[in-house]
Design a protein around this ligand. Sequence first.
Ligand SMILES: Nc1ncnc2c1ncn2[C@@H]1O[C@H](COP(=O)(O)OP(=O)(O)O)[C@@H](O)[C@H]1O
Ligand SMILES: [Mg+2]
Length: 285
Amino acid sequence: MAVPVVAVHEDSSVNGSAASEKRCYNMIDLKNISKIYFKGTENEVAANDDISLRVDEGELIAIIGQSGSGKSTLMNIIGALDKPTEGEYILDNVAVHEIDDADLSDIRNQKIGFVFQTFNLLPKITAQQNVELPMLYAGASKSKRQKKARELLEVVGMLDRAKHYPNELSGGQKQRIAIARALVNDPSIILADEPTGALDSKTTKMVLELFQKLHKERNCTIVIITHSAEVAEVCERVVTIVDGKIIKDTANPAVSGGSSASGVSNNEESDIDDIMISSTKEGDE
Ligand SMILES: Nc1ncnc2c1ncn2[C@@H]1O[C@H](COP(=O)(O)OP(=O)(O)O)[C@@H](O)[C@H]1O
Ligand SMILES: [Mg+2]
């Protein structure tokens, strides 16, 4: 695909997530983004209204707002699921607003790790196979997939559940699997939509601790969309959206940044390609 690349950012030839040193590389750059529904009619809604937002590599940021404030609209734009009516969006040096709709899915697979409120795991394949799935779509070899999936299962503390099926796991465990899956293609950003919305408070705390760990130890860039103050509290930066506009963008001094590469490895697996491929054909993902 022909991806429009822009050269407006500070430094770095690195295009991965686990950086060994903190630097100021602009990962997300939203410039005067608006999304207008029913434009020119009496029902016109500015779901996002002139939003400008820059997120640096390694930031853990919450976008918080009440129901109807425009969070999902913004998440769809940041996640390259939808394009703005107006404005520019540059994600990790790629001008997303210039990309054909047909190519947006490639950008999503390469650059974005999604975490959803309801986990969205495939029920008929194991935890590890779920983690491998984005690598399967990207065409990675089986041995690479297995090695990477097991590394990430260990990172999220779920290696001992690698062979379990989603219905054998608690909500918090499912979300940890989903977070491992989000990381598997080394995305530029993790984009989490109400990631604790379906969890009880104890499990919420554990999942938030995992995001903090990924932020501190792996320098992941994490954007969490939420309506919850409890979630925003663990983020180092909190952006508040009201009626489609950013009204506040504040640092949270209680949360500090940091970085250092980490990674563990393990190896061992069974034959799963056929099951995985047939499961994905069921269109559950
Ligand atoms: N597909 C759509 N068509 C028309 N209006 C929409 C659409 N999606 C969202 N809106 C409107 O945009 C505003 C923001 O919605 P949304 O982004 O879903 O907010 P939130 O996720 O914060 O609840 C709301 O007024 C909503 O009704
Ligand atoms: Mg929403």
